[in-house]
Design a protein around this ligand. Structure first.
Ligand code: ARG
Length: 475
């Protein structure tokens, strides 16, 4: 390997930032610089600041109400926190990795701003219950936002399905043409998936929305705190029952990330179909220029990169889920510093899902559906083979026998170089005398989809009903 001209100095140890630590009392040496870098989470957990501050304001309010601190002290603390909130929002706050995390950065600033009274905020609290609170509050917002995006996606699906409710396409199994279906029916399959995804989020929200503050480091506190009051102030419906559990589990984050993983899995399948449909081989849809990208070498190319990246980013979210599960496995109760590693995967999973959903929704609004190409593909000579078997069944033949005859009809049509719809009646009647002139009607695409009126089937009448019901539901 060529030696780089610039030597990178590898230091075994780095000088400390000499930041005075809130926990510095029992230490005689400054923290090693590498250790500060290694243990800091503020480069990513700074984004929890609105929750950290809202949680602290509720805590300070409770401390005054229970008489643990005075009303004046509480007011000064709250005012200081509100100022800090504005400073951070305005980008005027200087974060220090020497102060490890968002919690200590804010506390340090508070004390600098309002003096020693700021040191009273951390009464009856630990960063262990504080961080659990912050994550739960953050997740409540993320869940609400993703839930809403999924609803928007569903609305787009409903309107696309309504717009193209008469379009017939081949339905596939094994990516081989199987039976004709309505394009709208196919789209509404995704509606159902995203509906379950929303349900999983709602379900997860119930377990996220439980208030951990007051658990202290792990054992609770000797001070007369009022946890139910804090929960009310922060709109939590329940309080964590066990202080050890409150600070030591992240199952709610894992559950949320698992819900994200399933959303991505569904999006990824949809994305794959969009990639296939927009290929010249299929030509079922065209994606608007604004939602495709070009090739730097092949001038003719218009690539479905949004769909491809939606598919690709699924890997990140699965990775986050695996990371969280792995971080948590084998940790003894209660809090362990390993748990600080939960934030980056969690944030990344949520950010990825939100961005992917947002762009996916816009892309869907910008597709052109090629009805004729879909129909042409559905006119594949053998796609109504099941309908021929069903025709024979309606005439009284057992399904297995009908299956055999249709198999022979397919063979015959292949030899004749035609489709099932154009095999001469005389040939059909050699296969079974049950076949009459009306067979040709039964083999049309309209008859094929039109007859599938079983509940949840692809018949136009079903689609119409379902769309009406969904439009009402989404209103
Ligand atoms: N930054 C820490 C985390 O995210 C906060 C809790 C730290 N607690 C501690 N005892 N060091 O997990």
């Amino acid at each position: 390997m060529a030696k780089s001209s610039k030597k990178i100095k590898k230091t075994k140890s780095r000088p400390s930032t000499k930041t005075a630590k809130p926990w510095g009392g029992r230490f005689t040496e400054a923290t090693n610089g590498l250790v500060e870098e290694f243990t800091a989470s503020v480069p990513y957990d700074w984004r929890l600041y609105p929750y950290d501050i809202a949680g602290s304001i509720a805590h300070a309010t409770m401390l005054a109400r229970t008489g643990i601190i005075t009303k004046t002290e509480s007011r000064r603390i709250i005012k200081g926190l509100q100022d800090i909130l504005r400073e951070i929002a305005a980008g005027a706050f200087e974060f220090s990795i020497g102060l490890e995390d968002i919690h200590m950065n804010i506390e340090d600033r508070l004390i600098r701003k309002i003096g020693p009274v700021g040191g009273k905020l951390h009464t009856a609290r630990s960063r262990n219950d504080q961080v659990a609170l912050d994550i739960r509050m953050y997740l409540r917002d993320e869940i609400a936002e993703i839930h809403e995006l999924l609803g928007l996606l569903q609305t787009v699906l409903i309107s696309l399905a309504g717009l193209h409710c008469d379009v017939v396409m081949p339905g596939y199994t094994h990516l081989q043409r199987a039976q004709p279906v309505l394009f709208g029916h196919h789209l509404l399959a995704y509606y159902e998936m995203f509906d379950r995804d929303r349900g999983r989020l709602v379900d997860c929200f119930r377990r996220v929305n439980v208030m951990p503050l007051g658990a202290g480091a792990l054992a609770g506190t000797v001070l007369p705190i009022d946890r139910a009051y804090v929960a009310r102030l922060l709109a939590f419906t329940e309080v964590c029952e066990n202080s050890i559990d409150a600070v030591s589990d992240r199952d709610f984050s894992i559950e949320f990330t698992a819900a994200c993983a399933q959303i991505m899995m569904h999006l990824s399948r949809f994305a794959e179909e969009i990639v296939i449909w927009s290929s010249s081989e299929f030509g079922f849809i065209t994606i608007g220029d604004a939602f495709t990208t070009g090739s730097s070498i092949m001038p003719q190319k218009k690539n479905p990169d949004v769909a491809e990246l939606a598919r690709g980013k699924t890997g990140r979210v699965y990775g986050s889920l695996t990371a969280l599960l792995t971080i948590m496995k084998g940790l003894p109760l209660a809090y362990n510093r390993d748990m600080q590693e939960d934030k980056e995967p969690l944030f990344d999973a949520s950010d990825t899902v939100m961005l992917t959903l947002s762009v996916f929704i816009e892309m869907l609004k910008n597709i052109t559906v090629h009805k004729d190409a879909m129909r042409k593909a559905a006119e594949d000579g053998f796609i109504t083979a099941t309908d021929l078997a069903d025709y024979l069944v309606r005439k009284g033949m057992p399904f297995r026998g009908a299956h055999e005859i249709v198999g022979r009809a397919v063979l015959l049509a292949t030899e004749l170089g035609c489709g099932l719809g154009t095999v001469p009646l005389s040939e059909y009647r050699k296969l079974s005398p049950l076949i009459r002139e009306d067979v040709y009607d039964a083999l049309s695409l309209e008859a094929s989809v039109g007859r599938r009126t079983s509940y949840g089937g692809t018949a136009p009448a079903n689609l119409k009903k379902r769309l009406q019901a969904l439009k009402k539901k989404m209103r």
